[in-house]
Ligand binder design. Sequence first.
Ligand code: PHE
Length: 423
Amino acid sequence: MRQRAKFGSRFAAIMAMAGSAVGLGNIWRFPYMVGEHGGAAFIIVYVLCCLTVSLPIFFSESLIGKTTRKDTYGAMEQIAPGGKLKPVGFMAILAAFVIVCFYSVVGGWSFNYLIRSLAGSFNGLDMASAREVFASVGSSPVESVSCMLVFLGMTALIVVAGVDKGIGRFSKISMPVLLVMMLLIAFVSLSLPGAGKGVEYLLKPDWSRLDGPAIASALGQSFFSLSLGVGCILTYASYMKEEESVLTAGVWTAVFDTAFALIAGFAIMPAVFAAGIEPAAGPTLVFETLPVIFSKMGVVLPVIFFLAILIAALSSSISMFEVAVAWLVDQKQMRRVTAVLSVFGAAVVLGCACAVAPSVFRACDFVSSNVFMMIGALAFALIVGWKLPREEVLRHLRFPFIYAVIRYVAPVMIVAIAISNLL
Ligand code: PHE
């Protein structure tokens, strides 16, 4: 029997998980959500959501991976021999695959913008031309598809190099570098005249804006941000060394992810306000507003910013890509290279569809984050809370209150967010 791959160190495992967590969600959704939903009040609720719901689900998912030492599908089969849970495993793998396909389109845009900023083509950019550039990047099939392919190719290259030599090594180097780059941008952004308004936007607590939808958004965001429910964390945890703790890995990942989201907020919002522009979210923020602002600060800052986005997107996409690769290697006994090529081939097809048809892109995004992810997270919490032996769970999770949260609180909260997202 082949020896199963492992991360070489605890640092590699934690950086890989943090890499999966830190992604576009932190950069283009979190800062805007904070500002819209009451600043510091929202941050407090977000942290509470992480601590009380998302982190326990993270523990559940990683516990399943670490104890079964299997891919997502194999883990489900091992827990319920006879195949009752197989559909859960299959759906999680499918979800991770669907996410990597539309995520690669955005990854491709980041690559495109990095090249443009390296060429200095954002010099003197105004809002109208920024809109034009983004419209042409997004709507030209050749540009969209070719950049998506480059991004997917980079993802596949890292994954094919192996769990430790590829994913582990990339994460160990890129995560600290990413942190330094974002801190640098935050430093510049905070020193701009008029930046104070952005800080106020992020921090001034406004409890009146903290309504039901705001709380549901906080929960949904903490879920997406910690990459829960689609097998990424499960698969990575299955590569952890025996002596490592899922509690430590989870806490560090959540700390890194939340800190990074906040730093991204301080890198972006003060600059937006200093430029006197209305804050936005999503692609408009990253690909229209920010190029205009950063282009006024020389040629280096836009390069750093788009390189940071590219790295953040890559460190997440490799985790999704690995979910399907692990399944093919473990269950279909494929060689890693063959598995990577197979996933790459399939992803090219759906990725191209996402790149040329915005409706396919939106459908993939909606179904994976509002349906598949929720079902997966619910299933992982229920498995750990109700199916695995209590002693085994407590051996890993140590604190009975975490077990109680996984059994009772997490499932109820997941159903609540799922309903509120679908309404
Ligand atoms: N956590 C990533 C982000 O914040 C997205 C992601 C979701 C990654 C699901 C893997 C799995 O962008």
